[in-house]
Design a protein around this ligand. Structure first.
Ligand SMILES: Cc1ncc(COP(=O)(O)O)c(C=O)c1O
Length: 394
């Protein structure tokens, strides 16, 4: 049985993650990587995480090493209710399911919703790993363009005239890869369309807290709830970008009608999320360090983002356009003329700098002039050198 034709057809179609392949290059000595979507490990709260780990060992040893509930730790779910309230989202713990990161949340939600051929709408560009899940489920993927205000909801409205849509997947705040945020007006309209055309919105919010200004858009879930339409939104978020991704702790707020079935899908997948790291997050939250920790991350990423934007503007402004991110970890740029950024990568690699070519973030008709640059892990000197090398590769 060594023939790959034995693999299921859906699996044969799967492509390796372009980003993971690129990360191999980024590990080569001397290469500066603006490719990875990973948080800066220098910002991990070593003291707080150590203290929380010790507290788990001292006071929650049995729970941390025992099987737990599929829905997740009751204590952590209560704490998440409070955390969500601080984000302006009202929920009760009953609708919360703790997952192994948002990635699992997306997998569970999509598997719970998608029959073969069901239409799922994503943004152009969208989060790569969601496209992988959609391929696995056999859903049919349609994409809707976005601009500096996020998904062009009018384009979705036009699509809905001819197409029955099961679900819209969206990263509405500081999107990956686009860095853009859906405007308040478009949020209202999207929710209204979900009700009129009876589709589900998966709101993926890993970056909402990493805001560079005081401006906050209301979540789609809360926008919907205020109109009694919360049955149309499943919201997911994660501790990956605000605390540490290795913990693998995320969560979903589910509509009533989904919660039991999604919990069964979770049960069939892994019984429950890691009990030790759930206890650890719970203990960490009790230390009241998350607020200051997020402030630190915001400040650091804001400085790096401003620096990268300034350097790009100065050095490559005549070749590239981009929207100034107001939060998150990514800057999405487009060449003014016809450069294929996948091919160009060989040249930049020869100069010692990598990014992610934009084509991988499109479900169809990729715009090959685009690229995603992450500023999260680079130092100031590296940003300067990275832009110098990009320019040299042109
Ligand atoms: C938009 C988006 N959704 C989900 C995830 C997955 O995050 P997690 O580490 O919580 O699984 C990421 C990670 O980069 C992301 O960018």
């Amino acid at each position: 049985m060594s023939n790959s034709m034995h693999l299921a057809q859906k699996i044969q179609k799967l492509q390796p993650s372009a980003i993971r392949e690129l990360l191999k290059h980024s590990k080569m000595p001397g290469v500066i990587s603006l490719a990875g979507g990973i948080p800066s490990a220098e910002l991990f709260d070593k003291q707080g995480l150590s203290q929380a780990t010790q507290a788990v060992l001292d006071t929650q040893f049995n729970d941390a090493f025992q099987y737990g509930l599929t829905e997740g730790s009751a204590e952590l779910r209560e704490q998440l209710v409070t955390l969500c309230r601080q984000r302006g989202i009202n929920t009760d713990s009953d609708r919360l399911l703790i997952t192994s990161g948002s990635q699992q949340a997306l997998d569970l939600l999509i598997r719970a919703l998608a029959d073969e051929g069901d239409v799922f709408v994503v943004e152009r560009p969208t989060y790569l790993a969601t496209l992988q899940i959609l391929t696995l489920t056999g859903a049919s993927v349609k994409s809707v363009s976005s601009d500096e205000q996020g998904m062009i909801v009018d384009e979705l409205e036009a699509l809905l005239k001819t197409t029955r849509v099961k679900c819209v997947y969206i990263v509405p705040t500081f999107g990956n890869p686009s860095g853009t945020t859906l405007s308040a007006e478009r949020r209202e309209k999207l929710v209204k369309l979900a009700a009129e055309h009876d589709f589900v919105i998966i709101e993926d919010d890993p970056y909402g807290e990493i805001a560079f200004t005081d401006r906050r858009e209301k979540s789609l879930l809360q926008t919907a709830a205020e109109q009694g339409l919360e049955a149309h939104v499943a919201y997911t978020s994660t501790f990956s970008k605000i605390l540490a991704p290795g913990l693998r702790v995320g969560w979903i707020i589910l509509p009533e009608w989904m919660k039991q079935k999604v919990a069964i899908v979770k049960q069939a997948t892994d019984l429950h999320a890691n009990a030790f790291t759930q206890s650890l997050v719970s203990a960490y939250l009790k230390l009241d360090r998350l607020g200051p920790q997020i402030a630190l991350i915001r400040d650091a990423y804001k400085q790096k983002c401003l620096r990268l934007s300034q350097l790009l503007e100065e050095e490559l402004g005549q070749h590239l356009t981009f929207n100034q991110p107001q939060g998150g970890m990514f800057l999405w740029a487009t060449f003014r003329n016809d450069i294929d950024t996948t091919a160009w990568l060989q040249k930049t690699l020869a100069q010692g700098v990598v990014y992610v070519p934009g084509e991988f973030f499109f479900s169809d008709n990729p715009d090959r002039r685009t690229l995603r640059l992450s500023y999260a892990t680079a130092t100031d000197d590296q940003l300067v050198e990275a832009v110098r090398r990009l320019k040299a590769a042109l």
